[in-house]
Design a protein around this ligand. Structure first.
Ligand code: VAH
Length: 320
């Protein structure tokens, strides 16, 4: 049985739907701190779990005989800079609780997301290697770097089967992102349809690694299904799909909406983005467990605009 902690979040929600498709709804328990995504809450078994509280997690694990946990709850980079201690507390406490449940064999397997935020201003920015200098300059990035060290330690010392991916910015249409620096890459598509105009909080040439949600979900399932001996890196794997700038995504939108306008008003998140890689070398993931992305920028723009146009401009249901 699988438990997803943070199932109402941007990645957690889509992971819930995918895992329910794969393993059957009754075998996938969704949980979050509140009922913040009713589609997730109403699509199967849902429990309120506080990821910062060991007893809260353990109770749910025992109630449903859970053997695998996807820990998707975290405070992201932008919000983490506003509430550093809250970000440290949530991101680290939740990881220790889940690793300790695995160490005491209450559960068998753990997925824990890391991020390109583990890299900092002194990291090589193009084709950032799997192994390199990492001096993260955000609280979120610090929690991800330290979290990776603990994951590898629990694997080496206690044999805990924890697997992890350094997600780039993730783009999806079903759920809004929650307080990240890459959130512009989701907001822009919504604004293009609603207003035909987007005021971007990063400068036009800020190049960042990005990935469509379906690719991120595929990578997550692939690494969790890979035979143990293929998962040779137990800190966290670099994974990549594409990199683009706000200007490039605006141009791809303009092919469908020629009148689309962009404004640039960089804010505090520009400083965070400046410390992150522009592109990622994911050759280890491709070699060890056959990682391969599918969606490039044109595919992402086509898919996002199609679904969001349907969502916002759906003809009113004919009242019969
Ligand atoms: C953030 N979306 O912006 C997250 C992610 C690489 C970015 O970690 O904080």
């Amino acid at each position: 049985k699988i438990l997803i902690i943070g199932a109402c979040g941007q990645i957690g929600s889509e992971l819930t739907f995918k895992l329910r498709d794969m393993y059957g709804s009754s075998n996938v328990i969704a949980s979050d701190i509140s009922y913040s995504n009713l589609e997730v809450v109403n699509s199967g078994i849902f429990e309120v779990v506080d990821a910062r509280n060991y007893a809260s997690i353990k109770m749910c694990v025992e109630k449903y005989n859970i053997d695998t946990i996807y820990l998707m709850a975290a405070m992201l980079s932008a919000t983490g800079e506003k509430y550093p201690m809250k970000a440290w507390d949530l991101n680290m406490e939740s990881l220790f609780h889940v690793l300790n449940l695995a160490k005491s064999n209450v559960i068998e397997k753990v997925f824990w997301p890391s991020s390109i935020a583990v890299f900092g201003p002194t990291t090589p920015v193009e084709n950032t290697p799997q192994y390199t200098v990492m001096e993260p300059a955000t609280v979120y990035g610090i929690t991800k770097q330290v979290g990776e060290r603990w994951c590898e330690y629990y694997f080496n010392k206690y044999g805990v089967d924890v697997r992890s991916l350094r997600y780039p910015g993730i783009i999806s249409w079903k759920t809004m992102p929650g307080g990240g620096t890459t959130d512009y890459a989701v907001e822009i598509y919504h604004e293009a349809i609603i207003n035909g105009l987007y005021e971007c909080f990063l400068t036009e040439n800020t190049k960042l690694p990005m990935m469509y949600m379906d690719d991120a979900i595929k990578a997550t399932i692939d690494i969790m299904e890979a035979p143990k001996e293929h998962v040779k890196i137990r800190s966290s794997y670099n994974i990549a799909a594409i990199s683009f700038t706000p200007k490039e995504v605006a141009e791809s939108i303009s092919q469908t909406y020629p009148k689309f306008k962009m404004l640039y008003s960089p804010d505090y998140r520009q400083h965070i983005a400046n410390g992150w890689p522009k592109s990622i070398d994911d050759s280890h993931a491709r070699q060890h467990w056959a990682w391969q992305h599918d969606f490039d920028l044109q595919d992402i723009t086509k898919t996002m605009l199609y679904h969001l146009d349907k969502k916002y401009n759906a003809p009113l249901k004919k009242s019969n």
